[in-house]
Design a protein around this ligand. Structure first.
Ligand SMILES: Nc1ncnc2c1ncn2[C@@H]1O[C@H](COP(=O)(O)OP(=O)(O)O)[C@@H](O)[C@H]1O
Ligand SMILES: [Mg+2]
Length: 315
């Protein structure tokens, strides 16, 4: 039988087992390697597929000769919505409406599948979501000053505010790079989330990249995207997602601060990015405390932040 040849795509981000992603010759299949986390990811993805989620079919999984885990899945296509967003830039920094519409379509499909298989909500599940999705063990270890009564109070407020929102099987790293027109890949960081946490933030989180992604969603695009999701949320829970966005963003700002502490003090570029994410978390916290709402369009870009803090340039 023909043995497939696997081409290296990339190392897996944030994988303690040092896993990687490969693609076959005709690009119809992807293969991931990893440790125990990858086995759990494949099991989760199989469960999601059985529940009708728009995810790649897992075709094969097992152990490699050196004792690692491997998983093969179908390709969902050549280009993520992030790739499409970059390709369609026309000299301005505004996202193309086509990409926004596709994002809304896939987001609505995922949200519908999530809502159809909600699990009973309770405060303990919400606290577990803050812990897992916000990587709080890591963030507080790397930033001990943030392990404070003030931050704990804001997180408690977010949990209280979300009480009663259905909990659903979630992605935790949902964003345009992991969304393709026919579904959602990369379920590495899965777990239960309050309905809307993944999908509602897809355009809201673009500014966390510091303006280095090349595109931004306009207020009108963000409104239109959210309205599509709100229709699904209202039909399933009777509530729109808008009131939950700030609480979601508080947890997301922690997620973006995780694993940012540079191990090599010579890496001033990494130090700057860590400080930038610390700043964004603080800004989210302040906006949330002051108004109960958070507008990521008000974040400084990484360049603004670097200039303001007199930091040396970054690549
Ligand atoms: N099933 C798939 N269909 C299409 N592209 C895929 C698929 N799996 C992986 N890829 C490609 O490989 C890249 C890396 O895979 P991913 O699991 O997202 O890694 P990471 O955890 O590092 O983000 C993706 O961004 C995408 O371009
Ligand atoms: Mg990915």
């Amino acid at each position: 039988m023909h043995t497939p040849h696997w081409h290296f795509v990339k190392k897996r981000t944030a994988d303690p087992a040092g896993g990687a992603v490969y693609v076959n010759d005709d690009r119809t299949r992807y293969r991931r390697t990893g440790g125990e986390g990858l086995a759990a990811e494949a099991a989760y993805q199989r469960q999601l597929a059985a529940l009708g989620y728009p995810v790649p079919q897992v075709l094969e999984d097992g152990a490699t000769h050196d004792g690692h885990t491997f998983v093969v899945e179908e390709s969902l296509g050549e280009r993520s919505l992030h790739d499409m967003a970059l390709e369609s830039l026309d000299g301005t920094r505004t996202l193309s409406d086509t990409v926004v519409d596709l994002a809304a379509e896939v987001g609505a499909r995922l949200l519908r599948a999530q809502a159809a298989h909600a699990v009973p909500a309770d405060l303990q599940a919400l606290r577990a979501w803050v812990h897992t999705a916000g990587w709080t063990d890591n963030v507080f270890a790397e930033n001990p000053d943030l392990d404070s009564p003030r931050v704990r109070a804001a997180l408690d407020r977010a949990v209280a505010q979300l009480a009663g929102v259905p909990m659903v099987r979630g992605h935790l790293d949902y964003g345009l790079p992991n969304v393709l027109p026919v579904g959602v890949i990369d379920w590495q960081h899965h777990g239960l989330v309050p309905l809307g946490y993944d999908t509602a933030l897809a355009l809201e989180i673009v500014p966390f990249k510091g303006g280095t992604k090349g595109y931004l969603a306009s207020p009108e695009q963000r409104r239109r995207y959210l309205e599509t999701l709100n229709e699904v949320a209202r039909a399933t829970t009777g509530q729109s997602l808008n009131h939950h966005l700030a609480a979601f963003l508080l947890v997301k700002a922690l997620f973006f601060l995780a694993l940012m502490l540079p191990t090599d003090p010579a890496r001033t570029d990494k130090h700057l990015k860590w400080q930038y994410r610390r700043h964004l978390f603080t800004e989210v916290l302040e906006q949330y405390e002051r108004t109960g709402a958070v507008d990521p369009a008000r974040f400084p870009t990484l360049d603004d932040f670097a200039a303001r803090h007199g930091a040396p340039g970054h690549p």
